[in-house]
Design a protein around this ligand. Sequence first.
Ligand code: SF4
Length: 248
Amino acid sequence: MPSEDRGKSAQFVPIQFVFRNKLTKDDRLQMAFDALVLSQLLGRNVSLGKIIHGDDHATLKVRTGARTTESARTLVTSKGLAAEVRKRLEKVAALLSNSEPPDLVLNRHCAECEFQARCRKIAVEKDDISLLASMSAMERQVLRSKGIFTVTQLSYTFRPRRRPKRMRDKREKYHHSLKALAIREKKIHIVGSPELKIEGTPVYLDVEGLPDRDFYYLIGVRIGHGDSAIQHSLWADTVEDEGKIWRE
Ligand code: SF4
C-alpha cells in the first residue's frame, strides 16, 4: 500500500487466497509466518496480512504482529499469533539442528503430506502405536513412558473387567488396548451386549451436507414397514431448495 503521508514508508501486505469459506487457526498462523518472513527479508514491519477466501471472496484482515486488540470483526489480532509462530519456528529449528530424524508419529496431517506412503509403510513395519489414529499425543506419551511402543505390545495390556453395578448404565470407556487386541487377533470385539428394541415405526434419517458452506444438499429417509421399507431421497441443488427439502 503506497504511503498516504509524506515521511511514512509504503506498507507491504502479504495476501493469501484460500478456497474454503471457513478459515482455521492454521490459515492465520500461515499468514503470520509469511508476514514474518517478508518482514525479515525487507527489514521492516509487516503488521497486516489479508486472506481472501470462500465463494464470495471475503477478506479477512490479520494483524500479524500488532500489540493491541482491535474491535473490528474482521480484524484478527495477533500478539499471540506472532508469539506462536516464533514458538513453532524454534521447534522446527531444534528438529533441523538434530542429526537424528524426528520420531515418526502418524497424525491428521499425513493425508495431505507428500511422505504419506513412505511414513505409513515404516509405521506398519514398526507396528508403531501411532497407527491407532484415535489416540492423543498425551496418551501415546504415557504409554511410551511405560515402554509400550507397538500396537502388539499394547494389545497384551487389555484386561476385561467386571463393571461395578453402579456403572452398569454408563457407557463403557474407550479402550485403545482393546482395539489393539482386535487388530492382533483379527476379531471384532463388542463391548457389552447390544440390545435393539424398536417400538413403533423405525425411521432411518441420513443428512448430508458441506460443512464449509453450512449447506445440506441431501436428506435420505428410510421408513420401515413390516418386512419392507420405503425410501426417499430429497436433493437440494441450490441454497433456495434447501428449505424445501426440509419441509418435504
Ligand atoms: S506423512 Fe510422515 S512426514 Fe508427513 S505428516 Fe505424516 S508422519 Fe509427518
